[in-house]
Design a protein around this ligand. Structure first.
Ligand code: GCU
Length: 427
């Protein structure tokens, strides 16, 4: 029962409970949890403020050019390239009232093709019931179908993939009342004048190996073609789906599309930070427990490594094929997590982690923030002055911010309060 509770709680709060923590070997690859054996992460560390040709970036006006270089490095070596062209997008919007009539509720279906049965994502958007004019919003990337996120009658049932049949079917309704529904959290955001939107990431493209023929990625896939080294992985596809959704938000007069915050946990934390890097219309970026492949330094050998992520039975499909090569050559990588963090500058970024989430290396996330500070400073933004690793539940409120809850992998109730506070301060 406890296991089930943890799993449900994880799914509903947008986290995942399946974390390979504290085991010595994962997928045949050793895992280090000994601080004395992490190595020197500075060895061979590329500098976000040095151009590929070795010249330094000394003025804020040079940043756009260096930034474009770094984006390309991540496209070619980690996440893969987005399609040059967006698909023809269509929207279907149903509006009524939800949460006992207190909120405006919009259920938006964003179609990625002319086919109503083709790839599409269902977005559930709540707005304060008394809002006049456009409101800033939080967009939550969720592991759960929308009808599992809240217990609000009238929310359309979501869909789930079956990896065996490679088809989607409707998610069965929650048996009985939903004990972990985020209704109270959503209401808090609305009371503060923010909208709250949520979507289930696999609506965009599935989360399993060889899924590149399906969902949004399927629209761009040539049957029988092998993957190019910089072919997009599913993280890039989820991010591209969010970028398409921002196109919708720009057309919705109830949404202040210049003030969108984004969050997601774990692989959706990685997705959150990569979306923020590519889609600069996202104004506040708040990845939760993004870990390896997200905000944690790869050159620091602690917890998960690139080799673990790209191992063929695990998550190679989430990245571009070239990423697997770097699993064996971490010290030579042309990038590291601090450069991913720097791509959010000068926009507000809050890294949320957990004290015992060793697999994701919370300290490695802090170090990437420390190493990315100079980019924020060059652009005139405030950053933490101290290098000291923060204590649990002591948020570091700066444009480049950090908070670590007491606990493991996932989003705890207080994290939603931290996100809200960060949005109030910086959005
Ligand atoms: C695995 C993986 C992590 C990832 C997590 C998740 O634990 O190793 O990198 O963040 O799954 O997304 O659930």
């Amino acid at each position: 029962m406890r296991k089930l509770t943890v799993l449900l709680c994880g799914l509903l709060l947008g986290a995942t409970a399946v974390v390979a923590q504290d085991r010595d070997v994962i997928a045949g690859i050793p895992v280090n949890y000994d601080e004395s054996k992490v190595g020197d992460y500075r060895a061979g560390l590329p500098d976000p403020l040095v151009f590929n040709n070795g010249r330094p970036v000394t003025h804020a006006r040079q940043w756009a050019k260096r930034r474009a270089e770094i984006v390309r490095i991540f496209e070619e070596n980690q996440f893969g390239k987005w399609p040059a062209k967006k698909p023809a997008l269509r929207y279907d919007v149903q509006q009524d009232r939800g949460l006992d009539g207190t909120a405006v509720r919009k259920q938006i279906t964003l179609y990625f093709s002319p086919d109503n049965e083709g790839p599409r994502v269902d977005v559930l958007l709540y707005l304060p019931g008394d809002a006049v004019g456009p409101v800033p919003i939080l967009l939550n990337l969720s592991f759960s179908p929308n009808n599992y996120v809240v217990s609000d009658p009238g929310v359309k049932p979501g869909r789930r993939w079956d990896p065996k049949t490679r088809t989607m079917s409707e998610a069965a309704p929650m048996p009985g009342p939903n004990p972990f529904g985020m209704d109270a959290i959503v209401r808090k955001y609305l009371a503060e004048g923010f909208g709250f939107a949520t979507l289930c990431y696999t609506d965009i493209t599935p989360d399993f190996n060889d899924g590149n023929e399906l969902g949004l990625r399927g629209l761009y896939h040539t049957p029988g073609a092998s993957r190019a080294l910089d072919d997009w992985g599913s993280i890039s596809a989820w991010a591209f789906g969010v970028s398409c959704l921002v196109d919708y938000f720009e057309k919705d007069p109830a949404v202040d599309a210049k003030r969108i915050a984004l969050t997601g946990c774990s692989r959706l934390g990685k997705t959150t930070i990569w979306t923020g890097a590519k889609e600069t219309r996202i104004k506040v970026v708040m990845p939760s427990c993004s870990g390896e492949g997200g905000a944690a330094m790869s050159r620091r050998n602690f917890g998960e490594t690139v080799a673990h992520l790209a191992e063929e039975t695990r998550f190679p499909y989430q990245f571009c094929p070239e990423y697997a090569y770097w699993g064996g050559h971490v010290q030579q990588m042309p990038m590291d997590a601090h450069m991913l963090v720097s791509l959010i500058a000068p926009r507000p970024l809050l890294l949320q982690t957990g004290t015992t989430d060793n697999w994701s290396d919370p300290k490695g996330e802090w170090i990437s923030l420390v190493e990315a500070r100079k980019v924020y400073q060059l652009l005139g933004k405030d950053v933490p002055a101290s290098d000291a690793f923060p204590a649990a539940e002591q948020p570091i409120w700066h444009t480049l911010g950090y908070v670590m809850h007491e606990g493991g992998h996932g989003v705890l109730p207080q994290d939603w309060d931290y996100y809200l506070e960060f949005m109030k301060r910086y959005l």
